[in-house]
Design a protein around this ligand. Structure first.
Ligand SMILES: [Zn+2]
Length: 332
């Protein structure tokens, strides 16, 4: 059917008017401008436009992450090439990380892991930034890349979190923070050497959680926040069902405060990652992971996990939400 030009114009003009007449009262009601109560009764007070729990803090107080610098770190990390445990590129990256976090209190957790492909040295790196409150919040990521996939440079998986934490170190360096200590942890040996299983995966985090359990450090941990695969330009961080619900709620509150909630928790799924060993020891944990990397996660663990898929904005969003979450934890 072809609608004649004149009639089309009339329709174009009339339809919005008609729609307005029909829907405007409804829309106004939704906005709370027309009280539902009869005129004889006192109108109920209108809801506050911003619930107090998500009221925006003064702009100056909100955390800010330098997205360009974070992305530059990711670029430099990826430039080392594939970085599986035991490789030369992995050693170079270790030195690069160490050089960057100089000035912070550094701790190492070094050991040899026996894997289905033999023994490999594993190096977890911890940079501690002191706070005024007893207790610490861990922000962790992993820096190794998959061994079994040829030409895998892990821009998102391994690179994004590593670069972001280097930028967080810049944010935390300097004055003692007014709140919990923050420990940045670059975990090693997250990836399976052959095939993911309870024993072939999470080499670094399993060792560190065990070590901190034995020496009592674990009791100091208020929360363990993990950032993994957070560089995807199309950022959709999943709500992980292996994470601690109240901590996930707090992350959502932080994201909402910053106006980033549309990037969070549209989907729920249970993720096996470096937070699991800490959860097993009773630490509140949250994994910030976007496990939808390319349509149906097609870039994950493939040579297509490259820099061009990432966005500095995604690093900024994740970084700022992490820092805001720490601030909310300070206030708890
Ligand atoms: Zn991976």
């Amino acid at each position: 059917m072809i609608v004649p030009e004149t009639r089309r114009k009339w329709l174009a003009a009339a339809v919005p008017v008609l729609l307005m007449l029909v829907f405007a009262p409804l829309a106004l009601k939704r906005l709370g401008r027309i009280p539902d109560t009869p005129a004889t009764q006192a109108a109920a007070p209108l809801p506050s436009p911003v619930p107090s729990s998500t009221a925006a803090a003064p702009a100056g107080e909100l955390p800010q992450v330098n997205a360009t610098r974070a992305m530059q770190y990711v670029r430099e990390v990826v430039a080392f090439g594939p970085r599986p445990i035991g490789s030369e590129a992995h050693k170079k990256l270790e030195a690069y990380l160490e050089a960057h976090v100089k000035g912070a209190t550094i701790e190492h957790d070094d050991f040899t892991a026996s894997t289905p492909e033999g023994s490999f040295p594993i190096h977890n790196l911890i940079a501690k930034f002191p706070g005024t409150k007893p207790g610490a919040v861990v922000i962790a990521t992993h820096y190794d890349t998959v061994m079994s996939v040829k030409n895998f440079v892990g821009a998102n998986d391994g690179g994004s979190g590593t670069g972001l934490l280097l930028e967080l170190a810049n944010q935390l360096r300097g004055a003692r923070r007014n709140g919990y200590s923050v420990w940045l942890v670059w975990l090693d040996g997250e990836e399976a050497v052959r095939q993911w299983s309870d024993t072939d995966s999470l080499y670094g985090s399993r060792h560190l959680a065990e070590k901190w359990q034995k020496d009592g450090t674990i009791s100091q941990l208020k929360a363990f926040l993990l950032a993994d695969m957070i560089g995807d330009a199309d950022l959709n961080i999943d709500r992980d069902q292996n994470s601690t619900p109240w901590l996930e709620d707090l992350i959502y509150e932080a994201a909402s405060k910053l106006g980033y909630q549309s990037h969070f928790f549209a989907r729920r799924l249970a993720v096996g990652d470096d937070h699991i060993p800490f959860a097993k020891h009773g630490v509140p944990v949250a994994d910030l992971i976007d496990f939808d990397y390319g349509y149906n996660n097609v870039f994950w663990h493939t040579p297509r996990d490259t820099l061009d898929k990432l966005s500095p904005k995604s690093l900024e969003i994740t970084g700022e939400v992490l820092l805001e979450t720490v601030r909310l934890l300070d206030q708890k």
